[in-house]
Design a protein around this ligand. Sequence first.
Ligand code: PRP
Ligand code: URA
Length: 211
Amino acid sequence: MENNKVHILDHPLIRHKLAIIRNKETDTKQFREIIKEIATLMAYESFKDVPTQEIEVETPLEKVKQTVVKENSIAIVPILRAGLGMVDGILSLFPAAKVGHIGLYRNEETLEPEEYYCKLPVGIEEKVVMVVDPMLATGGSAADAIKMLKKRGCKKIKLLSIIAAPEGVKKVADEHPDVDIFISTLDRCLNEHGYILPGLGDAGDRIFGTK
Ligand code: PRP
Ligand code: URA
């Protein structure tokens, strides 16, 4: 595993919010809000190298050259379903970003990801692509989503996951050493059902209130 590609975005504000979403008593409304807020905080840090361009603006006093985010340079790709919960938080910083969707669900017996949907923005190959999914467990879903994006021609891919297990980080880093992985916490391990410990349970179900 190439450790230099794994960034743990540890910050007291994020830790505070993690405590809320880990709590089994947190309801759907608050869970959804906090996932969105953590995504915003993580996007702020993980897009430090966002492509920029220089423009000239005129202040009330004089003209000045100013760096702005390069137009059409970013795509966000949530892994359905749970990744959807992070999209609005990132769009609050990058409102012009294009959004693609990759639908994968884990087969509950094999824990292997199964693809059911893929719709990506035209021209995604030229953009910085941020794959988002709150949970990086075995890493199967993220590794597959990244493989699909590479097949499509994407060259600059990042992964943003809120909670990761060591197994998942290792899988993605081994299979995709060129991809920067951003997480906010590295949890202990997976249980026998592939759930992250201590984790927060099933992120999709908690975001959408399906259980
Ligand atoms: C969850 C989660 C990830 C995946 C992580 O999705 O949102 O996509 O599992 O597990 P992995 O790293 O072992 O692949 P799930 O398959 O439960 O689908 P859902 O988001 O529709 O609930
Ligand atoms: N998917 C989840 O939603 N939670 C886990 O702990 C593992 C996979």
